[in-house]
Ligand binder design. Structure first.
Ligand SMILES: Cc1cc2nc3c(=O)[nH]c(=O)nc-3n(C[C@H](O)[C@H](O)[C@H](O)COP(=O)(O)OP(=O)(O)OC[C@H]3O[C@@H](n4cnc5c(N)ncnc54)[C@H](O)[C@@H]3O)c2cc1C
Ligand code: FES
Length: 510
């Protein structure tokens, strides 16, 4: 998908710019109508596109160091020398431009063809099967090809909507402000060109000793290496239901189902003040529905973000007309109604349950892989079975930043795990050391969260959430574990970079 938020600003580089003005800090300008960043990388003058290929953020507002620029919105990272997308969520490289120097003046000329990487992997399994075409599975398939693997790659997933931009399903797409063509991560031609076969089937059995998976269409696939990327599944409430339409949200079909229910409806109830529940509430408000949110906690998102941001989130949604029923749970569904545990009844044309997910471990469990509230992987994302890696929401990995084994449900983390798993399938021997990052969008407010804090003993709020300008730091034992920011993108990026330096985490080559 694309969305250009940067209109050409700054000097016209096609007419020339003084060479002394080109430094290691990217300079924003334009050439031939396109926004361009001009930089010096190790002395070489380089020009690349200035607009993030994910959702179109202006990269000049990001953080640049060591020849790379980080995007201010969702922390993608690009090489300033080659334009290569080094880190997700950007899936496409930036355009690169020819640079000409005449005397003291630098000129930016036409776009250059993307360089074709010529890499020879250290290991070459006879085939790679990836189970699950979500964030992790898609990233793994792309990375296998980027890293030069030329054997068969099969991506198995029964969901006809996968791989899709899942985070958008509760945000602009559900609100009706993102067109359907933004949702697929790539078109069919992309996979065909890379000889990645997408097999529409569910893997129902894994024989790790025989290196074989069984599909629900009766076929079997032998593999040299297997990447498990089955993600997580929404929890479905098993409550008595006399006649209310109850939805969950994980897939494109789920999101379309909610859109269909919202057409002609006037009242919706959201169960769960989770990120997904609240994003759904915001999107349904954008569609003009009356929205009630029911959740057992005292403050929305307090367990993840603490009381200050919890209060802010509640006030923000209330400003937009959402009605909260906190400290309450649903006990049954009536006829177009939700009955609460205090006896109250809320009218609802339909309900969306955003009450959490469970890691999709059934396949791994049946195959006897080591589990611990997810699939256990080592620092290179290997499972306990030979030649089987796991990546994404289902995997619990030893996180070098907290020193704990953690499992998260974050889009960018899943993509980065998919990349690392793919490189390790090819013998790279990399440690997975990404700093966890997620974002969540509520109306015009984006919350960016870097790090991981399951518990804390101190929260420091700098600034004012209500003024949409704050940094919230979560500490335990005097150590900073995580930082949440609102409209302080540079701080979020700097914090991420500092955490990486502390753990010796490396930027991929560009
Ligand atoms: C509506 C929504 C909004 C979100 N918003 C954000 C956000 O704003 N920011 C953020 O950081 N994160 C967000 N997330 C979380 C993020 O989408 C997940 O962390 C990410 O998708 C996990 O990637 P994954 O590859 O592990 O799993 P998934 O993306 O869920 O993919 C798993 C795939 O595996 C397939 N599968 C499962 N079992 C099998 C099987 N047996 N055989 C074959 N295929 C199988 C499934 O069909 C699925 O396509 C959101 C999630 C949802 C649902
Ligand atoms: S807009 Fe750049 S990472 Fe999303």
């Amino acid at each position: 998908m694309s969305q250009n938020a940067t209109s050409p600003a700054g000097p016209d580089f096609a007419r020339g710019v003084a060479a002394r003005d080109v430094t290691e800090t990217p300079l924003l300008g334009h050439a031939n109508g396109e926004a361009v960043l001009l930089t010096r990388v190790a002395g070489e003058v380089c020009a690349v596109g200035a607009t993030c290929t994910h959702y179109g953020a202006p990269l000049v507002d990001g953080h640049s160091a060591d020849g790379a620029v980080r995007c201010p919105w969702h922390h993608a990272c690009f090489s300033l020398r080659t334009g290569q997308a080094l880190r997700p969520p950007a899936l496409f490289d930036l355009p690169r431009y020819r640079v000409e120097t005449a005397g003291d003046t630098v000129f930016v000329r036409e776009r250059l063809q993307a360089p074709i990487p010529r890499r020879t992997p250290a290991a070459r399994p006879r085939s790679v099967v990836i189970v699950g075409a979500g964030a992790a599975g898609n990233a793994a398939a792309e990375t296998l090809r980027r890293e030069g693997y030329d054997g068969p790659v099969t991506l198995v997933d029964p969901d006809p909507g996968a791989p899709c931009d899942r985070p958008n399903l509760s945000k602009d797409y559900l609100a009706g402000s993102a067109p359907a063509e933004w949702i697929p991560l790539h078109d069919a031609a992309f996979y065909e060109e890379r000889a990645v076969e997408i097999r529409r089937a569910r893997v129902r059995g894994l024989d790790a000793a025989a290196h074989r998976v069984a599909l629900d269409d009766g076929a079997t696939l032998d593999y040299g290496a297997l990447i498990l990327a089955t993600g997580a599944e929404p929890i479905r409430l098993a409550l008595p239901n006399a006649g209310t339409d109850v939805h969950v949200l994980r897939t494109l079909a789920d999101s379309d189902g909610i859109v269909a229910a919202a057409l002609g409806a006037t009242r919706a109830v959201v169960l769960g003040a989770s990120f997904i529940g609240l994003e759904v509430a915001a999107s349904l408000r954008a569609r003009g529905l009356a929205v009630h949110v029911v959740a057992p906690e005292a403050r929305p998102l307090e367990r993840v973000l603490g009381p200050a941001l919890g209060d802010f989130i509640r006030a923000l949604h209330e400003e937009h007309g959402v009605v909260f029923h906190l400290g309450r749970s649903a006990r049954a569904f009536g006829v177009n109604a939700v009955e609460l545990d205090d006896g109250a009844s809320l009218a609802a044309d339909f309900v969306v349950a955003g009450v959490g997910v469970r890691p999709a471990v059934a396949l791994a469990e049946a195959a006897g892989l080591a589990l611990d509230r997810g699939v256990v992987v080592d620092q290179g994302l290997r499972t306990s079975a030979p030649d089987v890696w796991a990546a994404g929401d289902l995997a619990r990995w030893p996180d070098p930043h907290t020193g704990q084994a953690i499992r998260v449900e974050h889009w960018v983390v899943a993509e980065r795990m998919g990349q690392t798993a793919a490189r390790n399938v090819l013998g790279a021997g990399q440690r997975f050391d990404a700093v966890p990052f997620f974002w969540s969008q509520h109306y015009d407010v984006a919350i960016n969260y870097v790090g991981h804090a399951e518990r804390w003993d101190e929260i420091v709020v700098d600034g004012d959430p209500a003024a949409r300008d704050c940094t919230v730091t979560y500490r335990a034992g005097g150590r900073e574990l995580a930082v949440a920011t609102i409209y302080r993108d540079t701080e979020s990026l700097m914090y991420e970079a500092a955490m990486e330096r502390r753990a010796g985490a490396a930027m991929p080559r560009g």
